[in-house]
Design a protein around this ligand. Structure first.
Ligand SMILES: Nc1nc2c(ncn2[C@@H]2O[C@H](COP(=O)(O)OP(=O)(O)O)[C@@H](O)[C@H]2O)c(=O)[nH]1
Ligand SMILES: [Mg+2]
Length: 201
């Protein structure tokens, strides 16, 4: 849950990067960690709990502190989940207290079924936490656009962004840092709007 302190003007939000295995979730956090512009000391350590084969086993965690709008000191806690199907309990744990979600999809044609399955899994896991995706700010990121065999964006929109209310979506090549900050800036703006504007109203 977002923690908002009007007196000290501090806001703390938890953003979870969700998506199938190998779609580029950890890469997003690595790029944010490497390129984020923030006052010295306000960038936390990227903590990765990875297996020997360099895959996320539990989650990655990156805390960032920034002066956002209206003089609010905002602490963003970025998490990834392990995408592999067997780690569902871990995904549920990481989702606990989530404020915003970045759903990272793999744009390669052969990954569409995995993307859709992971998105359905996200909704299911939110339900077990008594949460509804419609109530949580989220954005979509269509990653790996640099690869040759990618599905058209329109098709991915049809598969993943085909609801009453469409959400912002971004194309990216996370390993080159393309689209990474566009995605993060949008989910951040949506969260600030939700918690700061409405909280102050
Ligand atoms: N070609 C390409 N490779 C990427 C991109 N993003 C991530 N990767 C690679 O995909 C692999 C899996 O990325 P990772 O971030 O570990 O995926 P995760 O399982 O979702 O955390 C790594 O080898 C990354 O370097 C991208 O946009 N394009
Ligand atoms: Mg990972």
């Amino acid at each position: 849950m977002a923690i908002i302190n009007q007196a000290t003007k501090e806001l703390q939000v938890k953003i979870v990067y969700y998506g199938p295995a190998m779609c580029g979730k950890t890469t997003n956090l690595v790029q944010v960690h490497d390129h984020v512009q923030t006052a010295q000391g306000n960038k936390g350590k990227l903590v990765s709990l990875a297996t020997s084969s360099d895959r996320t086993l539990f989650f990655d965690f990156l805390p960032i502190e920034a002066m956002a709008i209206k003089g609010f000191k905002t602490k963003f806690q970025l998490y990834t989940v392990p995408g592999q199907v067997i780690y569902n309990t871990t995904r549920q744990l990481v989702l606990r207290g989530v404020d915003g979600i970045v759903f990272v999809a793999d744009s390669q044609y052969g990954k569409m079924a995995e993307n859709v399955e992971s998105f359905a899994n996200l909704e299911e896991n939110l339900k077990t936490l008594k949460l509804n995706l419609a109530d949580i700010p989220y954005v979509l990121q269509y990653n790996k656009r640099d690869l040759p065999e990618v599905a058209p964006v329109e098709y991915m929109e049809f598969l993943l962004n085909n609801r009453d209310v469409q959400v912002p979506s971004f194309t990216s090549s996370a390993h080159k840092c393309e689209g990474v900050f566009e995605t993060l800036n949008m989910i951040t703006r949506m969260l600030l709007h939700k918690y700061v504007n409405q909280g102050a109203a």
